[in-house]
Write a protein that binds this ligand. Structure first.
Ligand SMILES: [Zn+2]
Length: 177
């Protein structure tokens, strides 16, 4: 059995207790997931806190979020599990991070834990949002639009492909900025 994770945790205390952060985040807490996506169940997070070779506290592990995404070709909703890994260095404040020297050469990611509180929900939600595909679409074999578009089935009254295409191109350009 795993437990519901708190919104944030005292990361030093967790580290002293063994560093295990294993549980789930209720869908209602992931309020920034929206648009073409919706959360359909609890997100599992299996994380741990440890110190790296330089004495920095790292939170690492994995998460899996059950979502539905709206196919941007046929507009049907489809189940989509987003899974990913997390590995970030915990810092009290990003403003205190060095901006020169050796740290410019690596691509370490940081998470801010003000007052010793590691924002678990926000951390997982950030990673989840980054992992969502820019333009979700079915596999061709599963897509209603792709089936309709076969020559024997096509009907111009069902849709306006070029209107959709223009919207997709516009969306892609906007997200490129
Ligand atoms: Zn589709």
């Amino acid at each position: 059995m795993t437990a519901e994770l708190p919104t944030d945790v005292d990361y030093r205390r967790r580290l002293a207790d063994g560093g295990v952060i294993d549980g789930w985040i209720p869908a209602a807490r992931l309020t920034r997931v929206g648009g073409n996506f919706r959360v359909t169940g609890p997100t599992r997070a299996q994380l741990s806190l440890h110190r790296d070779g330089r004495g920095r506290i790292v939170v690492s592990g994995s998460y899996a979020a059950p979502l539905e995404a709206q196919c941007q070709r046929c507009l049907e909703w489809m189940a989509l599990t987003i899974e990913g890994r997390i590995e970030v260095i915990v810092v009290e404040s990003l403003a205190m991070m060095p901006r020169s020297g050796e740290d410019e050469e690596n691509d370490d990611d940081y998470v801010e834990a003000p007052d010793g509180r590691l924002p678990l929900t926000a951390l997982v939600e950030d990673e989840l949002l980054l992992a969502c595909p820019m333009i979700p679409v079915h596999n061709t074999s599963a897509c209603q639009r792709a089936v309709e578009a076969t020559p024997a089935e096509s009907s111009e009254t069902h849709y306006k492909p070029f209107a959709d295409l223009a919207a997709l191109v516009k969306a892609a350009r906007e997200t490129d900025d």
